[in-house]
Design a protein. Structure first.
Length: 210
């Protein structure tokens, strides 16, 4: 358009000086008017494009905000699902309820124990072994135990021998004598027998080295 304007100004001067005809001048003026119209149309198109870009930026900002709100809503939903899931009472393993600590309808807080559950297939017997006999017990030895009724016999495996003494089973007969207290150590024998119940007593009646 700038080139058309300069050219038109020169032709206007030539017309004033009588160097060109009116027809030539009119042709150049028409070309200039077309250039101005094209420029104005292009400027308007640029303006519309810039407005569109601004709207696009606004749309992107709105989209980002909506995505953030969606993520927040999804996080809240996940928390609600967790809370609902925690209203279902589940035992950590299959077993038998041996004691109930709360009554139905009671108000409880998080972490409050509800019941005691015993796994009948995961049980053991603790034997207190005097230090004078401890050398006869070894990890993974197979042992046979008999209940106090002399009828219940179970077999198990020594899975732990404590490193720390328990208590004295025999006191010294004289403080000045050579006798000393005899301490005991706990020997854990894994049984895994459904006949075993808490509090039952057993004695070792046989053993087989590992």
């Amino acid at each position: 358009m700038e080139l058309a304007r300069l050219t038109f100004n020169r032709y206007q001067g030539l017309l004033t000086a009588g160097a060109i005809s009116r027809q030539t001048y009119d042709q150049e003026k028409s070309a200039y008017d077309q250039a101005v119209a094209a420029y104005n149309q292009t400027t308007q198109a640029v303006s519309q494009a810039e407005s569109g870009l601004l709207q696009t930026d606004v749309d992107k900002a709105n989209e980002t905000a909506l995505l953030r709100r969606k993520e927040q809503a999804e996080a809240a939903l996940r928390q609600i699902e967790v809370n609902l899931d925690e209203t279902i009472i589940r035992a950590p393993f299959d077993g038998i309820i041996t004691e109930k600590y709360v009554e139905e309808g009671s108000m409880i807080s998080t972490g409050t124990p509800l019941v005691a559950v015993q796994d009948p297939t995961d049980n053991w017997v603790d034997i207190k072994v005097p230090e004078t006999e401890l050398s006869g017990y070894h990890l993974h030895d197979k042992v046979t135990l008999t209940g106090r009724d002399d009828k219940t016999k179970v077999t198990g495996e020594i899975t732990d021998i404590s490193r720390k003494a328990d208590f004295a089973t025999q006191r010294a007969t004289s403080e000045r004598g050579k006798d000393t207290d005899i301490i005991t150590f706990n020997v854990k024998i894994q049984i895994n027998d459904t006949r075993i119940r808490p509090g039952m007593r057993f004695r070792i009646t046989g053993s087989e080295p590992a």
